[in-house]
Design a protein around this ligand. Structure first.
Ligand code: ADP
Length: 923
């Protein structure tokens, strides 16, 4: 204990004392462990805690401390033993302690409480001295001793502190006096009651009061006035009454009554015991600053208002302290909320700027840093954070520099021009669109202002047309009047008003050719719907006009055609209606297009049949319909003969022609059905047939008659001829008798040959062809032989055959034919030595040609056409009957061939038989 006392007395440090105490308790009171701590009275704040001589962090021991606090709260300045200690702390180590001895003391003046505790655990209890009640007093003495030691230390600490304060105040005072005299600020020193003891010149200057006037007065008595803020005065007086340092700004009144703002800093001066000696008040007239601030505030608020009204975003970046301020509008523009934006606003801005614009914006702003520019105006896009929309901003950034030209801050404004921009773009796009439309439509466009000065002209149009002076088409407010004047001035040829705003104008182009323009005029209205100019739209309608003329011409032509067609139609209808035939015209879909009157009259089914289907109309006349179908299928004329019974019971025969009418492509256009009454024809036909048959009969009878007559005539004739021959054979005939006899014989011979020919004719007419293969050379041979005698002076007879001499023919007829023609050639020879008859046979594809040529008398042109007529004789010298060639012609006709002749009078004749090739019936 004495050791502790001597050590404790030497110490001047609280901590050291507390450490010693905590060690000493264990030793002196033989406890297991000890805690000593100091806390501020009344406050929940522990200052120091020592455990067995070692300082422990108070906070760690809070549970213990709180518990002990409660345990010891009843006692003051006494020691006590407590058993059955049950510390329910979280520090399990402490839970073992069951007994404690403690001392608690609170020093009201020093404001601290001291607690000293010694503890013994249940487990170790027997090892330590039993804490007996008598130890209370010892412990109490010990505690009081520690307490007084601590009190001494505290006091000496206080003294030391005061010494320090005084020396500091001395230093301060020295400084102050220096400031007081040198400073431009006002300085007042008052006594502890606040009465002025001293004031410097600056104070006199700023307040207007001299030192003499103010000495002994309290500053508030003459400096404060009605507008001096009461709250501030309250703060001031309260601080002063508490002897505290105070800084306020007050509205003061100058001696003259003018007001000024005084920034006050009042420091109380205390003596060592803390008694108030003086107040030193430093005063500064900050009226100008405040006014400036107010002005700035006012400007700022006005500016804010403007900014808000006009939705101008504003920001400021201060480089001194690197602060950035955005106003609410700017926040809105970027779609961020002030309280939500913890991030750096510069970073926010950077993320918002459109990547395509960012570099340009940064480059431009760089000019502010490099001092190339003092302000930068920009337009760029940002992506608004809250809705991700792209917005267009128009911004202005101004650099503010200090006097040295150093960049102090950047101030920026920003206006969201998205809507304007978009509408501008829209406007531009639509303008562009209209312009393009105008260019493409080939419309002329002239826009002028109210004075008629040209604002816009569609150059392309005027380049492409040959309008000489577009300005002649500037029409202004009264287009009609303007046009009338243009006509008088001969700028234009004429005009025609279509309505108040549209005119058709004729002008001449560079080649004096008329151009027709459609000019429509209109006013250009500004936003307030007032006329700001005029616009003319010009359309070159020359070609349309021409087209129109052509069209009208075409119409007229068409009309005349139509008239013609109508006339034609009427004509044809007239013709058709008055035709003796019944006519109907049918369309390809088998509907009746036309029927004539006769048809409707005679076949009432057709009446009112226009448009009706002929299938319905002729449903009971199947053969008629099938002929129509046949005609449609073949597109050829099909005929049909019908027997009809008319209403009057008459039977009529109708011949119907179904004639398809096709176009050039061979497509059916109409079917023309005509019907002709052939009843009369039929009657004629049948009477002709009857007559023919009668005639045939008569002919046959006549033929038979001729034959039998000829035949019968020939027998007596041949008898006469025989008798004449007998008479010639009797001798001594009288010369005359002989001559007469000769003549008689000639006549008989001639009659015989005539009868022969008549018989041949009759045979030819009556008998059918008897075909067989005949050798023409052989057939001609006897003919030549017989004729030799007829030409005693000599005639050359020759036959030449090309190819086969055999043909298929009727031998008898061919013989009669050749005999006659060759006979004639001999008969009508000339009496010349080189007289000849040449027969030439040749074969063609379809016929055999037999040519009989002579160089006899020939036939005159006049006779040539008649030589084949019955009984025709060429000359009076002709010795024949005139039947020969007629018979030849009949025979060739029977062959189905042709007989022709070429001849020249006095030169000779050539007869040509064309005999068609024939086949034998059995072949
Ligand atoms: P005809 O019995 O008179 O010969 P045809 O009918 O045989 O009668 O001949 C008619 C007429 O044609 C003859 O009268 C004769 O004038 C003339 N004729 C016929 N053949 C010849 C001929 N080869 N040369 C000249 N005249 C001819």
């Amino acid at each position: 204990m004495s050791d502790f006392n001597s050590a404790a007395l030497k110490t001047t440090d609280t901590k050291q004392l507390l450490a010693l105490t905590s060690e000493a308790i264990v030793d002196i009171f033989e406890v297991e462990t000890a805690y000593v701590f100091e806390k501020l009275s009344g406050a929940d704040q522990y200052l120091h805690l020592f455990h067995d001589g070692i300082e422990v962090v108070c906070d760690k021991m809070r549970p213990l401390l709180d518990d002990i606090e409660v345990v010891s709260s009843q006692t003051q300045g006494t020691g006590a033993i407590r058993e059955g200690l049950n510390l329910k702390t979280e520090l399990h180590y402490l839970n073992q302690f069951a007994k404690a001895i403690y001392f608690r003391y609170t020093d009201v003046d020093a404001g601290n409480t001291l607690l000293i505790i010694g503890m013994v655990s249940v487990k170790n209890e027997p090892l330590y001295r039993k804490l007996e009640p008598r130890q209370d007093s010892i412990y109490n003495v010990f505690g009081q001793q520690v307490q007084s030691l601590l009190g001494n230390i505290k006091k000496s600490e206080q003294i030391q502190q005061q010494i320090n304060t005084i020396s500091a105040s001395e230093l301060e005072l020295k400084k102050l006096s220096l400031i007081a005299t040198k400073t431009k600020n006002g300085v007042i020193i008052t006594d502890n009651q606040g009465r002025i003891e001293w004031a410097n010149d600056s104070f006199s200057e700023s307040s207007g009061f001299s030192l003499d006037e103010v000495i002994g007065k309290k500053p508030k008595e003459f400096l404060h006035g009605p507008e001096t803020d009461d709250n501030t005065r309250e703060i001031l007086s309260e601080a002063l009454s508490k002897k505290k340092n105070v800084e306020v700004t007050l509205l003061n009144y100058h001696k003259s009554g003018s007001r000024y703002y005084n920034q006050l800093e009042i420091t109380p001066v205390l003596d060592e015991q803390g008694n108030l000696l003086n107040f030193i008040s430093l005063q500064k007239d900050i009226t100008d600053e405040i006014r400036a601030k107010e002005e700035i505030l006012r400007i700022n608020s006005r500016f804010e208002q403007i900014a808000e009204k006009s939705q101008i975003g504003i920001w400021e970046r201060e480089f001194m302290d690197n602060t950035i301020v955005w106003n609410d509008i700017l926040m809105n523009q970027y779609g961020v909320k002030r309280n939500e934006t913890k991030e750096d606003l510069v970073a926010v801005w950077r993320t918002c700027v459109h990547p395509d614009d960012l570099q340009h914006v940064l480059d431009s702003q760089q000019k502010l840093y490099s001092k190339e520019a003092e302000s930068v105006e920009l337009e760029y896009r940002i992506k608004r954070i809250n809705d991700g929309q792209w917005r267009y901003l128009k911004t202005l950034t101004i650099a503010e520099t200090d006097e040295q030209g150093e960049l102090q801050r950047l101030i920026g404004s920003s206006v969201d021009i998205t809507e304007t921009r978009l509408s501008q773009e829209k406007l531009r796009a639509s303008e562009e669109k209209y312009r393009r439309i105008i260019e493409n439509m080939n419309l002329g466009l002239i826009e002028t202002n109210l004075n008629g000065e040209l604002i816009f002209m569609n150059e392309l149009f005027f380049k492409n047309t040959s309008i000489l002076h577009p300005q002649h088409l500037v029409l202004g407010q009264n287009p009609e009047l303007a046009l009338q004047q243009r006509v008088i001035d001969k700028d234009i040829v004429s005009f025609r008003k279509i309505d108040d705003e549209v005119f058709e104008i004729e002008i001449l182009d560079s080649e004096e050719k008329a151009l027709h323009l459609l000019v429509s005029t209109g006013n250009v209205l500004n936003q307030s719907s007032k006329t700001s100019g005029y616009i003319n739209i010009i359309l070159d309608i020359s070609s349309e006009k021409q087209l129109n003329i052509n069209f009208e011409r075409a119409l007229a032509e068409r009309d005349s055609y139509l008239k013609e067609v109508d006339t034609l139609k009427q004509f044809y209808e007239n013709v058709l209606n008055n035709s003796p035939a019944k006519i109907a015209v049918i369309t390809p879909d088998l509907k009746v297009a036309f029927y004539n009157n006769l048809l409707a009259e005679q076949e009432p089914a057709w009446a009112n049949s226009e448009g009706k289907s002929i299938k319905d109309l002729l449903s009971d006349r199947q053969d008629f319909l099938s002929k129509i179908e046949a005609s449609l299928a073949s597109l050829k004329l099909v005929q049909l003969e019908e027997k009809m019974t008319y209403d009057n019971g008459e039977d009529k025969y109708i011949l119907r022609n179904i004639l398809p009418h096709v176009n050039q492509k061979n497509e059916l256009e109409y079917l023309v059905i005509s019907g002709v009454n052939i009843s009369e024809l039929k009657e004629i036909q049948s009477s002709v047939t009857t007559k023919n048959e009668e005639l045939k009969k008569i002919n046959t009878e006549l033929d038979n008659f001729v034959y039998s007559v000829s035949h019968d005539l020939r027998s007596p004739l041949l008898a006469i001829k025989g008798l004449i021959n007998l008479i010639f054979q009797t001798s001594s005939l009288d010369k005359n008798v002989e001559t007469y006899l000769k003549l008689a014989e000639d006549s008989v011979l001639r009659l015989d040959s005539t009868i022969q020919e008549i018989l041949d004719y009759s045979r030819n007419a009556r008998l059918d062809l008897e075909l067989k293969e005949v050798d023409l050379a052989k057939l001609v041979e006897p003919i030549f032989a017989d004729l030799k005698f007829s030409a005693p002076e000599g005639i050359e007879l020759e036959i030449e055959i090309d190819g086969n001499p055999r043909i298929i023919t009727d031998e008898t007829r061919m013989s009669v034919l050749l005999k006659n023609i060759i006979g004639n050639a001999v008969k009508y020879r000339r009496n010349i030595p080189e007289a000849f008859v040449k027969v030439h046979v040749s074969h063609g594809d379809t016929s055999t040609f037999i040519r009989i040529e002579d160089n006899g008398q020939g036939i005159t042109q006049k006779s040539l056409t008649k030589v084949f007529d019955m009984f025709y004789r060429g000359t009076s010298e002709s010795i024949g009957t005139g039947l020969g060639l007629y018979l030849c012609k009949e025979i060739v006709d029977k062959f189905g061939g042709k007989l022709s002749v070429n001849s020249e009078w006095g030169q000779g004749s050539t007869f040509i038989i064309e005999h068609p090739h024939k086949t034998l019936a059995h072949e």
